[in-house]
Design a protein around this ligand. Sequence first.
Ligand SMILES: Cc1cc2nc3c(=O)[nH]c(=O)nc-3n(C[C@H](O)[C@H](O)[C@H](O)COP(=O)(O)OP(=O)(O)OC[C@H]3O[C@@H](n4cnc5c(N)ncnc54)[C@H](O)[C@@H]3O)c2cc1C
Length: 327
Amino acid sequence: MLDIQKNINLAKYSTFKIGGPAKEFVEVKNEKDLEKALEYARNNKINFFILGGGSNVIFDDEGFKGLIIKLGSGGNGINKVSSFETEEIFKESEFLYFDIWAGEKLSAAVNFSKENDLTGLEWAVSIPGTIGGAVRGNCGAFGGSISDIISEVRILDEADGSILKIISNSECNFSYRSSIFKDNPDLIVISARIKLKRGDKDEIGNKIEKILKERAKKQPNSWIGNAGSFFMNPIIEDEKVKELFEKETGSKIINNRIPAGWLIEEVGLRGKKIGNIMISDINANFLINTGGATAKEVIIATSIIKQKVRTEFGIQLKEEIKLVFNN
Ligand SMILES: Cc1cc2nc3c(=O)[nH]c(=O)nc-3n(C[C@H](O)[C@H](O)[C@H](O)COP(=O)(O)OP(=O)(O)OC[C@H]3O[C@@H](n4cnc5c(N)ncnc54)[C@H](O)[C@@H]3O)c2cc1C
């Protein structure tokens, strides 16, 4: 029996701590309950929105006039795939596989990998959010991304009824912070099969420690209201801007993308406050809810940022985060 609740405050379910009430809200912790929740929405002709860890969304101040289906941790959402049992024939070049429920935290996958001496997921340490959200946004950091370690994804296609499909990594159309799921909200990630290689325990531990230290230097603390990087790093064509970036930072442009945070800093907005929103003075691509911020204030702040960057650099910034607005 699904526990469908009414008028649930969504600010509680977003790391940005912004948003009004959901008309209806249900938390599901396994595939069966997810199917039931989707069936409920279908039968009652209600709009639904799939929510993971809420670390990449902004909810409307008016809330959501439909059903929020939150995918929560199932407690036992990780299953080793047979390669674990046949390890005597394991060779260094081979992958080990595990299946993980979309509602499990990315950090649960990192911990599991660490405990089982698997390498390839260290970059994800301390990124809030679930596997489903990570697959949808092709989450990544420190040169790694979810697309590097996904073997296949089990999905429900809600476009025409509810159809179960298993799609391969290449069918996910992964690209920088994007995937087939981003363009098709009818495709819901149920679970992912992750492939990693056997690694050295100490090396894995050291890599994780190093990344944690780097994060602490480069990003605001995750317990302060924010939703991670607000804008995607844009592709940069202008050689003069590239030169300026490389001269000022001593860093090289990677994959022709320039950090959005640097652009925002260059237009003088780092550390500025707009209502209850502060543009982080640690990383200007992070917007901080200093207390009581509203979605309206976020929209005002982002309009100012976009306009300044467009005027000074001719670059149009695009949101990485998902705005969940009713209209
Ligand atoms: C402090 C902080 C640091 C961060 N650092 C990084 C970083 O280094 N790299 C990075 O890439 N991101 C980072 N993020 C952003 C965020 O954590 C990731 O994008 C994460 O993958 C989002 O997952 P989620 O479960 O929270 O998604 P949510 O915010 O719940 O949802 C985001 C979108 O994904 C969709 N979605 C969620 N679950 C599913 C599913 N099962 N099937 C289909 N669609 C689904 C939702 O409908 C929504 O459109 C950071 C965020 C914070 C707050």
